[in-house]
Design a protein around this ligand. Structure first.
Ligand code: SAH
Length: 362
C-alpha cells in the first residue's frame, strides 16, 4: 500500500489516471486530505463508494499518535512526541510568536552527525522520516492547538540535508497551494553544514532561509564539538554560506552554541568575527542546554553577554536566544531520549532533566 501523503499532486494525479479516474479526482482527494483533513477514505463523500473502496486498497492515510505532550507554564510553547507507525518517536515543538505560530519539526528519527552536546544523536540514526511524517507534524499540531501554523523551522531531531530528497519533496508540498500552501519565506532549514548539499539547495533556487550550525571559530575547536568538521573545513563551509546569502540576498543565520571553556572566550569571539567579515550573516548565540548525557556546561550570563558584546563591537549582527518554556524538555532531542529511557526502565515517571526551547530576541 502506498502512503498517500507522501505523493505530490502530480504523482497522485498520475496514479488516479492509471486507475481510469477523471482528471479532477486528484484535486478532490487533495482537498479532503489537506483542507478538510479527513482521516479515512470513507469520509471523502463526493467520491463514489467504489472509488473510496479502491483508494483504501491502494493507499493508506498516515496518522501519528501523540505519545507525550508538554505545555510550558506560560502556555506559549508546547512539545509533542509523535509515535510513528513502526514504533519510532519524533519530537515537534509548537511556539506562539507575535509574528505567527511556528513549528519546529524533526526530519529524521535520530541523527548520525554525532555533535557532542546534542541529545538527538546519542543513539545514532534510526531512519529518515518520510514526506508524510514531516507533513503530519504540521497537520496534527495545527489540529491539536486549533491554530494555523505560518512558519516552519527544520531544526528538530535529525540533519535535514542528510534526508535531502524527502526534505525537498516535503518543502515542495508544504508550499504547494493545493497542499499546505505555506510561503517559502516562512520556512527555514538548519544544517550542521553539509557543504555540497547546501550548494545543491542553492542551485535549486528554492529561496529557503538557511541556518548553519557553526559553533566554533576555527577547525580545531569545531572538530572537538562536531565530527562533521573532520570532513568540511570552516573556510569551505563559509565560502558556500556566502554564495548562498549572495544568491538569496538574505542573511544566513549562524548558530553558535556557547559552551563554557570550549568556545566562549573573547578571543574566540574576535576570531569568529574575523571569519564572518564580508558575509551577510547573523549570529544566533545559543547558551548550551546541558544534559545528563554530556559533561559540558553553559557559560555564565556575564560571559555570554561579553561574547555577544565583542561581536557587536566588531559590527557583527548578533542575538542571544532567550529561553522559552524552561519547564519542558523542549530542546534538542531530550524528550525523545527521555521517553526511550523510560520505556527501557519500564517506568513512566517524568524525567528530572529540564531545558528550554529558545526564541530569538531581536
Ligand atoms: N542538524 C541540524 C538541526 C538540528 S539541531 C543542525 O545541526 O543545525 C538545531 C540546533 O540546536 C543546532 O544548532 C544544534 O547544534 C543546536 N543544539 C543541539 N543540542 C543543543 C544543546 N544541548 N544546547 C544548545 N544547542 C543545541
Amino acid at each position: 500500500m502506498t502512503d498517500i501523503k507522501s505523493l505530490t499532486f502530480e504523482e497522485l494525479s498520475a496514479a488516479l489516471e492509471a486507475e481510469g479516474c477523471e482528471s479532477y479526482r486528484a484535486s478532490q482527494v487533495f482537498r479532503w486530505l489537506y483542507k478538510d483533513r479527513v482521516k479515512d477514505f470513507s469520509e471523502m463523500t463526493n467520491l463514489s463508494a467504489a472509488l473510496r473502496s479502491r483508494l483504501s486498497e491502494l493507499f493508506f492515510i498516515s496518522k501519528p499518535e501523540v505519545l507525550r505532550a508538554q505545555v510550558s507554564s506560560d502556555g506559549e510553547t508546547a512539545k509533542l512526541l509523535y509515535g510513528l507507525a513502526d514504533g519510532n518517536a519524533v519530537e515537534t515543538v509548537f511556539m506562539k510568536y507575535k509574528h505567527g505560530n511556528t513549528v519546529c519539526i524533526s526530519t529524521q528519527a535520530g541523527c548520525r552527525m554525532g555533535c557532542r552536546f546534542c541529545a538527538s544523536t546519542k543513539r545514532g540514526l534510526k531512519r529518515n522520516l518520510t514526506v508524510s511524517e514531516m507533513l503530519d507534524q504540521i497537520i496534527f499540531t495545527e489540529e491539536r492547538f486549533c491554530d494555523k501554523i505560518s512558519n516552519i523551522v527544520l531544526m528538530g531531531t535529525g540533519e535535514p540535508l542528510d534526508n535531502f530528497d524527502n526534505v525537498v519533496r516535503f518543502i515542495s508540498m508544504a508550499t504547494d497551494e493545493k497542499c499546505l500552501g505555506l510561503s517559502i519565506r516562512g520556512i527555514s532549514l538548519s544544517t550542521c553544514g553539509l557543504v555540497e548539499r547546501i550548494e545543491q539547495l542553492r542551485r535549486m533556487r528554492l529561496g529557503l532561509t538557511l541556518s548553519v550550525s557553526l559553533h566554533a571559530p576555527n577547525d580545531e575547536i569545531r572538530r572537538r564539538i562536531m565530527p562533521v568538521a573532520a570532513k568540511y573545513k570552516i573556510d569551505d563551509l563559509l565560502r558556500e554560506v556566502k554564495a548562498y546569502a549572495d544568491f538569496t540576498k538574505r542573511r544566513v543565520a549562524i548558530e553558535y552554541t556557547l559552551i563554557k571553556g570550549v568556545n566562549d572566550s573573547d578571543a574566540n569571539a574576535r576570531e569568529l568575527a574575523g571569519r564572518l567579515r564580508g558575509i551577510m550573516a547573523h549570529v544566533n548565540l545559543i547558551p548550551l542546554n546541558p544534559s545528563k548525557e554530556c559533561e559540558w556546561e553553559r557559560p555564565s550570563p556575564a560571559r555570554i553577554n561579553a561574547f555577544s558584546e565583542v561581536l557587536k563591537h566588531e559590527r557583527i549582527s548578533v542575538t542571544v536566544r532567550r529561553e522559552l518554556g524552561t519547564d519542558i524538555d523542549a530542546a534538542c532531542g531530550q524528550l525523545r531520549l527521555h521517553y526511550e529511557n523510560e520505556e527501557k526502565r519500564g517506568a513512566l515517571e517524568r524525567s528530572d532533566t529540564l531545558c528550554g526551547y529558545t526564541e530569538q530576541v531581536t
